[in-house]
Write a protein that binds this ligand. Sequence first.
Ligand code: XBP
Ligand code: MG
Length: 253
Amino acid sequence: MATLQAVLFDVDGTLADTERDGHRPAFNMAFKAAGLDWSWDESLYGELLAVTGGKERIRFYLEKFNTKFAKPDNYDEFVKGLHASKTEFYKQLMAEGKIPLRSGVERLISEAKAEGLRMAIVTTTTPANVTALLESTLGADSESWFEVIAAGDIVPAKKPAPDIYVWALEQMNLTADDAIAFEDSINGFKSSAGANLKTIITINEYTKEDDFTGAELVLDQMGEADDAFTVLAGDAAGHTYLDMALVRKIHAG
Ligand code: XBP
Ligand code: MG
């Protein structure tokens, strides 16, 4: 295995619990603003997460859960407009700063930065949403810490397709052996594993039943010295929280 050169971070569910507390309410706000009586509760949203991408998720909802809705003639534009409105609401929610990073995320990113590792964001969410989350949690200039922001419609085939990871690695002129990915969901893991990346999973409420067979390490959270993780699969080599020393061991192992 090559020396670790880069760390690739998923965003939603991995850096913060944005799905339940950010995206879901933002979708609902956009529906309301458009005069639609649709409402995505936490449980329905869990089912809708089967499909990545907000525009794709709206279409999936209308195909599987709200089939009686009469689609307008300009359906593509309708979905795009609804999604653009959702992005505005999402940015507002992030600006309010109510969604914290998950345990250990800020520390791990700082460690990786201090050790000179190259960093990238690899996500299916809209680029503006990445900016909004990073700025509200890590500070105004934090986006610049990431050499590549691979996000949204940059590749047509979103996760679980490997394309977005392949694209990010190409941009960085790296091979999969040079990097490691952090993910939280089966769609994300299929994408990173499909790009041949070793992957560390931190589950959340929506993804705790997903099948992560083949992931190097499955944790409930990255954790801190005073907030230990629980190891769900893999070998944490006696560590109690995820630091760069453990990340390097996992990558080399
Ligand atoms: C995130 C997604 C995104 C967000 C919504 O997946 O699937 O679609 O839920 O963002 P991942 P947009 O964590 O694997 O990147 O509405 O901007 O698409
Ligand atoms: Mg995710």
